[in-house]
Design a protein around this ligand. Sequence first.
Ligand code: SF4
Ligand code: ZN
Ligand code: ZN
Length: 309
Amino acid sequence: MVKCTICGVREAFYARLYSGEKLCAKCFLESIEYKVRATIAKHKMFEFNDRIAVAVSGGKDSVSLLHILAKIEKDFPRASLNAIIVDEGIKGYRDEAIEIAAENSAKHGVTYTVISFKELYGFTLDEIAEITKSGDLTPCSYCGVLRRKALNMVAKRSGATKIATAHNLDDEIQTFMLNIIHGDPMRIARTGPTYNDEEPWFIPRVKPLCEVLEKEITLYAYLKGIRFQESPCPYASAALRNDVRNALNRLEEKHPGIKYTIYGSTEKIREAIRERKPKIHLNQCAVCGEPTTGEICQACQLLQKINVH
Ligand code: SF4
Ligand code: ZN
Ligand code: ZN
């Protein structure tokens, strides 16, 4: 029997290749929770009295985040936790996800708000995909921008002081690579573990899972018996992100630890950009009032595109 590197007592079931550790289930679960707590502390993600809105999609990352934050929140009686569930309107996919997200929220005594694209923008994502199918943007391009705006709007309405999203380390390095691929490296300054524009209409965003590998958060959810949606979104394969994910997974398989190295580089590059350009000034969109770097926010620009189709 191979013993766990940490406790030295129980049988190891998981080899963490990037660190050389072999872990038992208990020490593995604790290591994930410890890592999340350490990330939160390192980046000073929360104040003791924050009203935290967690974006819950029903996938393994967001329900695990909800689970971990609900646990941590017990140590901060003056903080509060609410879930925001965005219904993009994806037939045969989102309904199950919403049910799972709601079930997990209720299980932890967390109140939740469901908000739909249809309600906010007049279209479901399926309708947008149909209308724009001959265009050059994928449904994910619309989905990401419209979801971010929906989250900010609902969080603001509910008086939240922070939005926590469940992006994991893989998501973060994929986004970094995508910014490079799209020729938009300065955007890196507006991503990362925390982002705050210090404007009243912008709710600061934090990503407590940003240092956890996707594979390990999946394992966490399974071991904890957390119910999450396993089927992938029908639009996922169309995204360039998928190719980047596969390429990074192949690299990690051959060279364990490479994802953490890339992550470390993104942090250094972000710091360098932020030092050079300390404040990226956000304006209020001339159409909807939501934050934007230009005059009209990306969401309103996309909605204009849909309307002229
Ligand atoms: Fe939206 Fe794309 Fe994610 Fe599906 S895969 S939920 S369309 S961003
Ligand atoms: Zn152990
Ligand atoms: Zn706008």
